[in-house]
Design a protein around this ligand. Sequence first.
Ligand code: TRP
Length: 340
Amino acid sequence: MEDSKKIRILTGDRPTGRLHIGHYFGSLKTRLKMQENDQYDPYILIADVQALTDNFNQPEKVRKNVRELVIDYLSVGIDPKKTTIYIQSMIPETAELTVFYSNFVTISRLERNPTVKTEIAQKKELFGESVTYGFLGYPVSQAADITTFEGKLVPVGEDQLPLIEQCREIVRKFNNTYGDVLIEPEAVLSNTKRIKGLDGNDKMGKSLGNAIYLSDSEEEVSKKIMSAVTDPNRIRKDDLGNPDVCMVAYYHHLFAPEKELKTICEECRAGKRGCVACKKQLIQYVNEFLNPIRAKREYYEAHPEIIDNILLEGTRKARLTAKETMKKVKKAMKLDYFES
Ligand code: TRP
């Protein structure tokens, strides 16, 4: 299908850390599926400017994680021929749009955004009692991310819904004022549920120390799984187990072959399988899943010039689209002084 007829899809990540299996099942898997659909034109943005809003004092960390993120993408199979990967800060049009959009957002509206509210509460250490203008305003910049590329569909997790809603509001106000220029995006909720941590916490995350990373070595995986939380009522090997409350069983559901899964749960319930053996089996499955990913990672780590090329090429392509949008926006806003 011709590119211009395809549906543009936009997703993004803040380059603040490595990706883990929660990201894989929560969003990367959806992205892999989408890039294989000929009707879609997927873009992935590496949101370094947004990452700086709460990491402004750690520029090295953000910079380093841009390339780490690309390696994570490529190692799971994101294909730069099908998915355009680009760096947010290299698209000045997005920064310009952020300024234009800021007239359509009130401060109290930003303060009421549930995602922003939660994050500010979590970042007391960084912001104290008073949050920066940049952080409070990042939803405006995210609206610019999406609309710069005329993103129609935005696949996100539930926590991002208020940001997409805020983007839609901005688009409607802009279009009401200056004419129908911008495309109103739609959020697409990924239907996979959030993956729990090894400790049973609802969320897998770096700060929680309960994640298996796509870049973890065999030894790291083994150590982490050996200390995963199992059924607390099962003390001896032949006690009857309850796989519904065991994190090892929970991960077997993600990694074990279908036909093994039944046996695993039945043996656990019957007290016929020890937790140590069960963990060892899981370690094997997780490593089998990660091995091809590790092999690709190794290849890309040895070829940093490939990563640079992908970023440069993706950003060059993204910039062409951004310039088109900016032309339309400036015309609508009567800022096209010397274009006649
Ligand atoms: N806020 C997103 C996150 O923290 C990252 C992001 C930035 C994004 N710009 C975006 C996601 C545009 C979707 C569309 O994960």
